[in-house]
Write a protein that binds this ligand. Structure first.
Ligand code: FPP
Length: 211
């Protein structure tokens, strides 16, 4: 397989709620544990050759969740941005948030703007977090990202849920039953290994068949 210099991995982080419920914990505890998994992924990604990592944190359809859960998530995102910026700068990670901003709490929007500025010099990893994101809306407004190479979904479901639909036209899909808070750097490495063993033809013929 020819390896291009960019390697864009996108992740649908599913299973926080079930992870918590199975432990008799409130769903918010699952989201907090999910933040730890995000930290693990960001630390591990560059050494696996990943140059861009896009994480689906909150879809435009997630507004239909109970208000208490939505509020807890918005606070968690803002806290993550405040607390993580220094480490992201140290790791040379550039962080941006994609999706609508006009429905987000002002405190979160401020944290997004600050994190964006503080990490703008990062060159090792382009980390994008999707909040109030809808792929259909992004396609309609033409706000598109680079093509996705590998799309991972945790939590046992096998669907795209309005995430990076345009950009995933030729993405390799990788699903796992692991709940997001249990997802490890090792499992990410396994997904990348599987990806590298696949024959990506982009509608053409495989290299062997093309002789
Ligand atoms: C899906 O699990 C997860 C979410 C809707 C929230 C994702 C948020 C995080 C991973 C935590 C914070 C992230 C960042 C970037 C700081 P679910 O709640 O739908 O789980 P379920 O399907 O088991 O109910």
């Amino acid at each position: 397989m020819t390896q291009s210099t960019s390697f864009h991995v996108a992740v649908i982080m599913d299973g926080n709620g079930r992870w918590a419920t199975r432990r008799g914990l409130p769903r918010a505890a699952g989201h907090r544990a999910g933040v730890e998994a995000v930290r693990r992924m960001v630390r591990a990604a560059p050494d696996l050759g990943i140059t861009a990592l896009t994480l689906y944190a909150f879809s435009s359809d997630n507004w239909s969740r109970p208000p208490a859960e939505v509020t807890a998530l918005m606070r968690l995102f803002a806290r993550y941005l405040h607390r993580e910026v220094a480490e992201l700068v140290a790791q040379s990670v550039r962080l941006s948030i994609i999706g609508r901003r006009d429905r987000l709490p002002a405190a979160l929007v401020n944290a997004i703007v600050d994190a964006d500025q503080a990490t703008s010099g990062g060159t090792r990893l382009d980390l994008r977090i999707a909040v109030d994101y809808s792929a259909r809306a992004a396609i309609r407004s033409g706000t598109l990202l680079p093509d996705v190479d590998l799309l991972i979904r945790t939590g046992g479901e096998q669907r795209l849920s309005d995430f990076l639909l345009w950009e995933s036209a030729y993405a390799e899909l990788w699903f796992t039953d692991t709940m997001w808070p249990d997802f490890t750097a090792n499992e990410l490495a396994g997904a990348v290994r599987d990806f590298r063993a696949r024959d990506r033809r982009f509608g053409g013929l495989s290299t062997q068949a093309a002789v």
